[in-house]
Write a protein that binds this ligand. Structure first.
Ligand SMILES: NC(=O)C1=CN([C@@H]2O[C@H](COP(=O)(O)OP(=O)(O)OC[C@H]3O[C@@H](n4cnc5c(N)ncnc54)[C@H](O)[C@@H]3O)[C@@H](O)[C@H]2O)[C@@H](O)CC1
Ligand SMILES: Nc1ncnc2c1ncn2[C@@H]1O[C@H](COP(=O)(O)OP(=O)(O)O)[C@@H](O)[C@H]1O
Ligand SMILES: [K+]
Length: 506
């Protein structure tokens, strides 16, 4: 099996908010003692070398420069490219009378080379070997409209590769949210540090290959600013050996925990079964399942290793809870009186718990307030569940996934996994990790149920809630990456992950 390396593993672990990047920028410029032109020049120099690395034969480029410092980077890049013998055309947009002094100097530098600089219009010919997007960077404040929207459409319509400077124009680099028109880049060269929004929500869809030029940010600035989030991937955690210890030869099943999966209301038996199977494949010593009696024959046919308990009234659950070391509740749980009775019993127990799906929907409904400060707990909402738990819309959750994940972790005093592209793991102290593995093949029923089983089995084998959530999310996503590597993303099934999970975890 090919080891799945995240396409992002050349990037550092530190992810920054846009405010932090601006502060690193500010402190460095203050130390350099100019108006920012030195740093801008350095940014443009690295961008040109990225351009020449990706498009070795580029002889003719078109550069789009906006009114801010992102445009400043673009003007200098244009001038430097011209000096290297590349044919350059520059198109400008926006109110250049409001340029910063550094961006003005950049424009002057381009003017002095004598290259063609024109206003962008609908008649402009965006041709060449590479199109450089220096329209909008981290200064984006709202949806690009009017001429900016038209420019973005023109960039996307031009049939040539796009290099985005710092951020694909139109993407909010803080949140990964796209408000409206956005440049779809082939390569993005981001400056100073990786902005967190480039790796979650819509960020990865528009950045193309992501490269980083750290520039000469002064050490003291880095010392003052702790990264906002940590980038994790299966390969990274694996290399850092942040996983399970090898098993002793003299081990027995009691060493690896007993996961009890609770769920599978009528009509949803498969969800609990998938969590059960995943827990087994990740190495839980024992796995039990409490579900509607009608699902027991199917469960035992598929996985005779499981201890299956048919639960009708809900009262049969107590002894099974007592025998388990880890509880996982939610997959296919439903929101009936049966579901409520099961959840109440789980909330009354002491064991570490993973809560997912309808367990979270029930927690979000009136009368169910609880928190887990006295208990090990991992909550795994997708954005829809997170929205219900926070009393927000899904759009509001996604508008700041980092804040949403932190708020949930704080409110529930638990480790929270906010799922979706660039899944986030947050704890109550505000720590956040972002997983760069995974693919849209995972957008199918049952994937979340598998994750629940994976995390439960890692808890069962002794990992703490944070490590189990981080390793579980990465292992699950990496398994999906392996599964789609040859066959493609469409048609991936959650159960396809089972044998791969086993290989990865070993
Ligand atoms: N020395 C520096 O200051 C450095 C700056 N850097 C570059 O500077 C960029 C940030 O520069 P700025 O803060 O000037 O910001 P931008 O260049 O991203 O954009 C700001 C300009 O765009 C306008 N604008 C914002 N949203 C808009 C919208 N939706 N529609 C139309 N116009 C809009 C603003 O009014 C302002 O004029 C970074 O992304 C990076 O490319 C890098 O060169 C690193 C060094
Ligand atoms: N586009 C995507 N990129 C990366 N991961 C994804 C994507 N879509 C879904 N996933 C992952 O797949 C899983 C889906 O979980 P969930 O929505 O709870 O599914 P279900 O409820 O059907 O089991 C989550 O781990 C999520 O992060
Ligand atoms: K840009």
């Amino acid at each position: 099996m090919n080891r799945p390396f995240s396409a992002k593993d050349h990037l550092p672990a530190q992810l920054f908010s846009v405010a932090q990047i601006r502060e690193l920028d500010r402190q460095t410029i203050a130390a350099q003692g100019d108006d920012g032109f030195t740093l801008m020049h350095e940014a443009a120099t690295s961008a040109l070398s990225v351009l020449q690395h990706h498009w070795v034969d580029a002889r003719k480029i078109t550069v789009i420069a906006g009114p801010g410092n992102n445009g400043g980077d673009a003007f200098i890049l244009a001038a430097l490219a011209f000096e290297c013998g590349i044919r350059v055309r520059v198109f400008t947009l926006g109110d250049l009378t409001k340029q910063t002094s550094a961006a003005q100097k950049a424009l002057n530098m381009a003017v002095q080379t004598g290259i063609s600089i024109e206003r962008l219009s609908t008649a402009s010919d965006l041709s060449g070997d590479v199109l450089v997007d220096g329209l909008l960077g981290t200064g984006l404040s709202s949806e690009p409209r009017d001429e900016f929207a038209q420019a973005i459409a023109a960039i996307n319509a031009a049939d040539i590769p796009v290099l985005a400077l710092d951020v694909p124009s139109g993407l909010n680099a803080d949140s990964g949210v796209v408000y409206g028109p956005v440049v779809k880049a082939d390569v993005t060269i981001t400056f100073i540090g990786v902005k967190r929004g480039l790796l979650t929500a819509s960020g990865p869809d528009v950045c193309g290959a992501l490269e980083l030029a750290e520039l000469s940010v002064i050490d003291s600035a880095h010392a003052n600013i702790v990264a906002d989030a940590e980038r994790i991937s299966w390969a990274r955690l694996h290399d850092e050996m942040r996983g399970l210890a090898p098993r002793r030869g003299n081990a027995h099943k009691g060493h690896f925990g007993h996961v009890l999966v609770i769920g599978g209301e009528s009509g949803f038996g498969g969800a609990a079964m998938m969590a059960v199977e995943a827990a087994g494949r990740i190495g839980a010593g024992l796995v039990s399942c409490a579900t509607r009696p009608e699902h027991v024959p199917a469960l035992l046919t598929r996985r005779p290793e499981v201890m299956a308990l048919g639960v009708n009234s809900g009262l049969e659950l107590a002894p099974a809870i007592q025998r388990a070391t880890i509880l996982a509740i939610g997959p296919g749980l439903g929101q009936t009186s049966w579901s409520e009775l099961l959840l109440q019993q789980v909330l009354g127990a002491q064991q570490p718990v993973v809560l997912d799906a309808d367990a979270l929907n029930l927690l979000a409904s009136p009368g169910w307030h609880c928190e887990f400060s006295e208990r090990v707990a991992v909550l795994t909402p997708h954005p829809g569940e997170a929205a219900r738990m926070l009393g927000m819309t899904v759009t509001e959750v996604q508008t700041d996934r980092f804040a949403s994940a932190r708020l949930l972790a704080q409110r529930y005093q638990a480790v929270v996994v906010l799922k979706g592209q660039g899944s986030l793991i947050a704890d109550p102290s505000g720590r956040v990790a972002l997983c760069t593995d995974g693919n849209p093949g995972m957008s199918c029923g049952g994937m979340g149920d598998v994750l629940t089983g994976v995390i439960a089995a890692l808890l069962a084998q002794g990992l703490n809630a944070w490590d189990a959530a981080c390793l579980g999310v990465c292992c699950h996503s990496a398994a999906a990456d392996v599964a789609v590597a040859d066959a493609g993303v469409r048609g991936l099934l959650a159960t396809d992950l089972m044998p791969i999970l086993r290989e990865l975890i070993n």
